[in-house]
Design a protein around this ligand. Structure first.
Ligand SMILES: [Zn+2]
Length: 217
């Protein structure tokens, strides 16, 4: 069940080779080289960072929630979780985590889910799927398309599974400054949508910025 595996990072922010703040509603896409570590910081707490990973050498092989969950026999992600691709290949490993638990079954918000979960007039509201699509469209290579959008990880988001197997969007478990770190085992593409959602108690109806930092191996 829910084991919070909180582990602090030995990495110092001044040693990072890259740092950027991603505003709520914005996306980010970048390759991690083998061994590089990416930290995602929940700057103000209880934000959802919707994230997908790909084998950068073979973009068709995207993150798989099913392979990841089956591989570790746990539906929540935390320190020690190996993030696997559809083929079963280990793409990255969570090497530090001060939040302690992350969702990988809730998926990302979309225009469609906004109408189903909230109301029909939410159809036009900005959502993570649109942010993912925009990021993919902006890549000149054309290597990534709509078909490559798979069920994602929601870092920092609290989606408890109830005893009868339902899903519940709940008040967040993260806090200002909480972070998670993933180390890339090979060459991995990272795709993030910093969720713009205004209708969900997970982020207290208030989407906020996140920060991304990268360290060399
Ligand atoms: Zn979202």
């Amino acid at each position: 069940m829910a084991v919070f595996n909180r582990v602090e990072s030995p990495r110092l922010t001044q040693d990072a080779i890259y740092s950027e703040v991603i505003q709520a509603g914005d996306g980010w896409m970048r390759v991690l080289k083998p061994g590089q570590v990416l930290r995602i910081v929940d700057l103000e707490g209880n934000q959802a960072a919707d994230t997908l990973f790909y084998d950068a050498e073979n973009p068709e092989d995207h993150y798989s929630a099913v392979a990841t969950i089956a591989g570790q026999s746990n539906i929540y992600l935390s320190t020690g979780s190996v993030l696997r691709a559809e083929s079963g290949k280990a793409l990255l490993e969570i090497v530090a985590d001060t939040c302690g638990r992350h969702d990988t079954v809730g998926g990302s918000c979309s225009a469609q889910s906004n109408t189903v979960r909230y109301s029909h007039d939410k159809l036009s509201m900005h959502n993570c799927r649109d942010t993912f699509m925009l990021q993919l469209a902006q890549r000149e290579s054309g290597a990534y398309t709509k078909r490559d959008l798979a069920p994602n990880i929601n870092f920092f988001m609290n989606v408890p599974v109830t005893p009868d197997g339902g899903l519940k969007f709940d008040d967040g478990v993260s806090a200002p400054g909480c972070y998670v770190e993933v180390q890339s085992l090979g060459s991995s593409m990272v795709l993030i949508s910093n969720c713009p959602q205004l209708n969900n108690p997970c982020n207290a109806y208030n989407p906020t910025p996140i920060q991304v930092l990268i360290w060399e191996k």
